[in-house]
Design a protein around this ligand. Structure first.
Ligand SMILES: [Zn+2]
Length: 327
């Protein structure tokens, strides 16, 4: 008889009483309902799996909500685990789309594992080059065109053929992929607050390379760029949206970028503290964003995750203060 492996011990769920909504993370405290000045309509807090946020505008009259907020999936722990792994580096390759999907799939699987009370550290980093090969297989030898169809087809490859991890042990497939309009800021904010990292595309101006920590990137306007360049000469870049921040009424998204030392944050003596995360103006996404589902029953995912919480509490907390984010 073959020797049996001892069963893997179940993931230790931290024995901490989950904190109340609005107090789960320092970033979660600010959510408040807001009342429009014109009709006095109360717009409730929008409750999500990871963060509660105020509505962006009044439901009755579209008046802009004056409340600011700030949340970032890379700034929290879930059941004491970080959910974004290592910052990737695409190097000289031009596979920003595959790198973005690799990071999204890794984060999605980690969150799925946490919801199923499995150990999220079993999910290692995934291989973007493998996804690109799968994408080429799916195209069946037809050359890629670039553009929006390439993004959507690569998402399809992630669902149909999957992506292998760097240990070459497992292929992970997306349960489903769907799009959200790049202009539907409420839907994008809600998806992010529900813990879905999103694939987005921006135009790549020179300022992106030298983006400084804590500043918000303002991509070139496509039609302005058209005045000086041909459309095929306007470079696009794929990123992963991981959070949203509204400050003085201006909405930006936090994003992960697979560039080495992108947007580095250093201490006064020059020690590197963090890199890889930038901010981008929410009005300047170039293409619709792509969401990767955690579970097959995507339309009912909200009710599903609510039921799940009865068994496995998702405890959202803040990253330890001194911990560098790039490890
Ligand atoms: Zn109103």
């Amino acid at each position: 008889m073959r020797p049996q492996h001892p069963p893997r011990p179940p993931l230790a769920i931290p024995q901490v009483i989950p904190r109340k909504r609005g107090r789960r993370s320092a970033k979660d405290v600010v959510a408040r309902p807001f009342r429009c000045t014109r009709y006095g309509w109360w717009n409730p807090i929008m409750k999500h799996t990871f963060f509660d946020v105020p509505a962006l505008e009044c439901k009755c009259c579209k008046e802009k909500c004056p409340l600011d907020f700030d949340f970032n999936l890379c700034g929290i722990t879930v059941n004491l685990h970080k959910i974004f792994g290592h910052i990737l580096d695409q190097g000289n390759s031009e596979l920003c789309e595959a790198f973005a999907f690799a990071k999204i799939m890794e984060m999605t699987k980690k969150i799925q594992y946490l919801m199923l009370a499995k150990d999220p550290t079993l999910i290692g980093s995934l291989n973007p080059f493998h996804l690109f090969d799968q994408y080429k297989i799916m195209l069946g030898g037809v050359p890629a065109t670039g553009g929006t169809d390439q993004t959507i087809l690569m998402a399809m490859a992630l669902k149909e053929l999957g992506i292998m991890d760097n240990r070459k042990s497992t292929i992970y497939r997306a349960s489903n992929v769907s799009t959200i309009s790049r202009n539907d800021q409420q839907a994008i904010v809600s998806a992010l607050a529900n813990g879905f990292p999103l694939h987005a595309t921006i135009l790549q101006g020179t300022k992106l390379t030298f983006l400084r920590y804590c500043t918000s990137y303002e991509p070139p306007d496509f039609f302005q760029a058209l005045k000086v360049r041909a459309p095929e000469d306007i470079p696009c870049h794929a990123i992963v949206l991981v959070g949203a921040v509204k400050k003085k009424g201006k909405l930006s998204y936090y994003f992960l970028n697979a560039w080495k030392r992108f947007c580095a944050r250093r201490s006064e003596d020059g020690t590197l503290l963090a890199y890889g995360i930038g901010k981008v103006n929410a009005n300047r996404l170039y293409r619709n964003v792509i969401k990767v589902s955690r579970f097959k029953e995507a339309p009912n995912e909200r009710s599903f995750t609510q039921n799940m919480k009865l068994n496995t509490a998702l405890l959202v907390g803040d990253l330890p203060r001194r911990e560098p984010t790039f490890r």
